[in-house]
Design a protein around this ligand. Sequence first.
Ligand SMILES: C[S@@+](CC[C@H](N)C(=O)[O-])C[C@H]1O[C@@H](n2cnc3c(N)ncnc32)[C@H](O)[C@@H]1O
Ligand SMILES: Nc1nc2[nH]cc(C(=O)O)c2c(=O)[nH]1
Ligand code: SF4
Ligand SMILES: [Mg+2]
Length: 222
Amino acid sequence: MYHVKEAFYTLQGEGGQAGRASVFCRFSGCNLWSGREADRTSAACRFCDTDFIGTDGQNGGRFSSAEALANHLAALWPDQDGHNGRAATPYVVFTGGEPLLQLDEALIREMHARGFAVAVETNGTLPAPAGIDWLCVSPKGDNALAITAGNELKLVHPQADAPPARFTRLDFDHFFLQPMATGPADTSGDATPDTLAETVAYCLAHPRWRLSLQTHKIAGID
Ligand SMILES: C[S@@+](CC[C@H](N)C(=O)[O-])C[C@H]1O[C@@H](n2cnc3c(N)ncnc32)[C@H](O)[C@@H]1O
Ligand SMILES: Nc1nc2[nH]cc(C(=O)O)c2c(=O)[nH]1
Ligand code: SF4
Ligand SMILES: [Mg+2]
């Protein structure tokens, strides 16, 4: 059984695929935080901007098979008639919560069978199933990484217990720093002037890193 908080069609806001039309599947639950505000200050990850509790969001629910969830997600991709053979490859982003608590090879296979490329946003503390087309790892504090290679490493900055220099030896194609936003996305979800300035300064001083802004928040979309 898969538990999905919400699913929606939007533009990928972050990282190396920013701007790309995407179906987002936000799985319920995380291994680094219960999702309850009362537990935030004692959690292993304390700055989360996302509500991932339950299955009550838009297009959320419980899905008893990979086939059922894949059909549900594929239906969110728009028709692309009239593109003269230049239709884009459909793209699904599995996030959460922590998607690697639930994403498995069966679901990846079902999405591939429907023509989708499969992306994942993970905290990197759990092993990944085979077949992912774009893997984004976003380390959280000093929580140990189970994944040390992928397409992009996207570090929220600044984190006192996760200095960027710790990660540049890992085997990723792209290194992004994303300014830490305060609190849940639906309240005060923007990067503060302080975290933005600090992140810009770090990228200027360390050109290995590129700036990732949460462009969906700027655009006012999901
Ligand atoms: C909500 S997480 C879900 C996926 C996975 N659990 C993870 O942490 O990567 C999605 C993305 O949002 C980023 N993120 C979470 N809280 C943030 C915040 N307050 N400011 C900026 N980015 C944040 C995460 O680092 C991750 O890249
Ligand atoms: N538009 C948009 N882009 C995103 N990139 C990563 C997100 C996430 O919450 O994982 C996210 C999100 O929530 N919305
Ligand atoms: S940012 Fe990711 S790892 Fe941290 S609590 Fe949110 S969903 Fe979990
Ligand atoms: Mg988000």
